[in-house]
Design a binder for this molecule. Structure first.
Ligand code: ADP
Length: 189
């Protein structure tokens, strides 16, 4: 079960993937988490942080090898919940080509839809709790802009293939979870 989650920053991808990973016992790959973990560990890690903290996408030459290394591990072979990847059409093509080499493909794309004003509120609240450098006002607006420019086209890429289910991400986390489970259960029926 290879499932991609797409949604603007603050739409709840991380929260939902965590719960679904437990429910279905498949790994959750958050590229944001993966990249944040490299922070302060090496010169490359500090370079990554300089992109994340400004709300910019980290460059592919840093992101793709990290993702590749994980996908080659045995526990990712049977399935994965992709959270924050792919974020560009180039990354979507990369994922398609990589999965096809191991006889797999993206089976479903969950789009978490939330209004922009709600997103800004959510991210500002998260900023107060977690203190993420990119959750300040400037970082939030930058990430929303990059999302519109670079990530929304990824939705179209998958829509053409008929893979996308729109989920109302403005509801409570448990309600959104239920909507996603229903979608995955009814897939193909
Ligand atoms: P959010 O969805 O709230 O922006 P994430 O944790 O998914 O939070 O991502 C945080 C940051 O990590 C992004 O703004 C970007 O700098 C970097 N990042 C995450 N995934 C990718 C990716 N696939 N390609 C490039 N940069 C990424």
């Amino acid at each position: 079960m290879q499932i991609v989650f797409i949604g603007p920053p603050g739409s709840g991808k991380g929260t939902q993937c965590e719960q679904l990973a437990k429910r279905y016992r498949i790994p959750h790959l958050s590229t944001g988490e993966l990249l944040r973990r490299t922070k302060g560990k090496s010169t490359l890690g500090d370079l990554v942080a300089s992109y994340i903290d400004r709300g910019c996408l980290a460059p592919d030459f840093l992101v793709l090898p990290l993702v590749m290394r994980l996908l080659e591990q045995d526990d990712f072979l049977a399935g994965c919940l992709f959270d924050g990847f792919p974020r560009t059409v180039y990354q979507a093509e990369f994922l398609r080509d990589h999965l096809s080499k191991i006889g797999q493909k993206v089976e479903a794309v969950i789009y978490l839809q939330v209004d922009e004003s709600d997103l800004v509120d959510r991210l500002q609240r998260r900023s107060a709790i977690e203190g993420r450098a990119d959750d300040d006002q400037k970082g939030i607006l930058k990430r929303l802009e990059i999302y519109r420019q670079r990530t929304e086209p990824v939705l179209d890429f998958y829509r053409v293939a008929g893979l996308v289910t729109d989920i109302d991400g403005s509801k409570s986390p448990s309600d959104v979870h239920r909507q996603i489970v229903d979608c995955l259960t009814n897939r193909g029926s």
